[in-house]
Write a protein that binds this ligand. Structure first.
Ligand SMILES: *[C@@H]1O[C@H](CO)[C@@H](O)[C@H](O)[C@H]1NC(C)=O
Ligand SMILES: *[C@@H]1O[C@H](CO)[C@@H](O)[C@H](O)[C@H]1NC(C)=O
Ligand SMILES: *[C@@H]1O[C@H](CO)[C@@H](O)[C@H](O)[C@H]1NC(C)=O
Ligand SMILES: [Fe+2]
Length: 421
């Protein structure tokens, strides 16, 4: 009922606001709507995220408001010798009232260890594995996920190979104001996001601003997907950073202020200044709207942010910038201010997770020399960091078997590149 009434309302809003695109996208696949099959007091939409040194935040939703925000956990299935409590929040959005969103930080945890856990005292047992304490570490990277049959295909591919942490450069559920779709998305990703930390930053589809009633946006996103911003000295869930095994990862916000007077800019300056390359020889950044893009989709949308922040990321010798937004894959060379620069980050667009809008097919012809590989196919990326000097990036299409690598490159860390010190 709620889904239906808000659908009509937003169909009108959609017609009014989103008819600006010139390019044609191929037919997307169907929506996968996941219904709740658990009782009101049982946890659903369980997902975990890294929350400061040796800690993990466990997040879940219950329909029952009276369920306690408690996580019981241990290293043996069914035997929980530790527990922690946290907090829960609910929110309203037009006619929709959310369930209780529970968030509990647990730890200290041992590295490279499987923990079994239960949320709120009932329901199924879940398990996750903590990241290792030393190299190697493997990241799965996927942007613009949504919840279609293509999304399911991407998730199946991601789940078929082992990884330590998932990185998502924005646009999670594509609920687009229909709040029950945030719940459905949470259920769709639960098998993966309850087992490995999922670290996300926001995209335009996560904003859900409405004049007067929701002027700041991100109501559902912030309530459901809190990231370790306080742990990284940020005042906003829309940008933060974290360290994991010799890697410093900066999650930036395309949809909050980034000019030189903004909180994000000041926070980023401090964050970059505090990086210790002896401890984290690698630095990666994730942003939703790409700064470099030869696709016709979303042309120029990241340009203001590039002009504001590119120089400080460059000076800090960020190794790779991963972005989403454009529903295709594109890999650039090391580039700074539109020119090849061997001490600048590589830029990779990986907005091809499988959302309902389909692929962005049209690229500039001829391809500018800074763009080395581009293709409109659904897929995901793998980043294996072997040691302080070497990492391997690969891109895998959903149309191929998981072992097939469509694009790949060996990376050498800038911190180990003498001419870039
Ligand atoms: C993690 O643990 C597994 C088995 O428990 C072991 O094979 C692997 O080498 C460990 N990895 C690291 C990086 O410590
Ligand atoms: C780092 O890893 C790469 C790739 O596995 C390897 O070739 C290189 O020898 C390693 N370097 C060190 C110092 O172990
Ligand atoms: C994937 O692997 C399966 C079984 O190993 C095989 O039947 C299928 O043809 C493969 N598909 C592709 C695209 O290589
Ligand atoms: Fe987007």
């Amino acid at each position: 009922m709620e889904l239906f009434s808000s659908r009509i309302f937003f169909f009108i809003l959609f017609i009014a606001t989103s008819c600006s695109s010139e390019y044609t996208r191929p037919g997307p696949r169907h929506l996968v709507f996941r219904k709740n099959d658990r009782s009101d007091s049982e946890p659903q939409q369980v997902h975990i995220s890294l929350a400061g040194q040796d800690h993990i935040r466990v997040s879940w939703v219950t329909s029952d408001k009276n369920v306690q925000s408690i996580v019981e956990y241990g290293k043996t299935s069914g035997k929980y010798d530790a527990s922690a409590t946290g907090e829960s929040i609910s929110y309203r959005y037009l006619f929709y009232k959310s369930g209780e969103n529970h968030h509990v930080k647990i730890g200290p945890l041992e590295s490279n260890t499987t923990y079994y856990y239960k949320c709120g005292g009932s329901g199924p047992e879940f398990s996750f594995r903590t990241p290792p304490v030393a190299f190697p570490i493997e990241f799965a990277v996927a942007g613009d996920l949504g919840q279609t049959e293509w999304t399911q295909s991407t998730l199946t591919h991601i789940g078929s190979m082992d990884y330590d942490v998932l990185l998502l450069p924005g646009d999670l559920s594509y609920a687009d104001f229909q709040q029950p779709l945030w719940d459905s998305f949470g259920r769709l990703v639960e098998p993966y996001a309850s087992a490995r930390p999922w670290m996300v930053t926001e995209g335009n589809h996560d904003i859900e601003k409405m004049p007067i009633i929701y002027p700041h946006g991100f109501k559902a996103y912030n309530a459901r997907w809190p990231m370790p911003y306080q742990e990284s000295g940020s005042a906003s869930n829309l940008y933060y950073s974290f360290d994991v095994v010799g890697v410093h990862i900066i999650m930036l916000g395309s949809y909050t202020d980034f000019d030189a007077n903004s909180d994000q800019y000041k926070w980023l300056q401090n964050d970059l200044a505090s990086i210790d390359r002896a401890k984290t020889p690698w630095v990666f950044a994730l942003i939703h709207a790409p700064w470099y893009n030869t696709n016709l989709a979303h042309r120029g949308e990241g340009e203001n942010m590039r002009q504001a922040l590119e120089q400080i990321l460059y000076k800090a010798r960020v190794d790779v910038v991963f972005t989403g937004h454009v529903h295709a894959y594109e890999r650039f060379t090391r580039v700074y201010d539109n020119n090849v620069d061997h001490c600048a980050p590589i830029h990779v667009t990986i907005g091809d997770g499988g959302n309902k809008e389909g692929l962005a097919r049209m690229f500039n012809i001829p391809s500018p020399s800074i763009s080395l590989y581009r293709e409109p196919s659904f897929g995901h990326g793998r980043l294996r960091v072997f040691n302080s000097t070497h990492a391997h990036w690969s891109w895998h299409r959903n149309n191929d078997n998981d072992t097939v690598i469509a694009d790949e490159i060996w990376l050498k860390s800038l911190s180990s590149t003498t001419m870039c010190k």
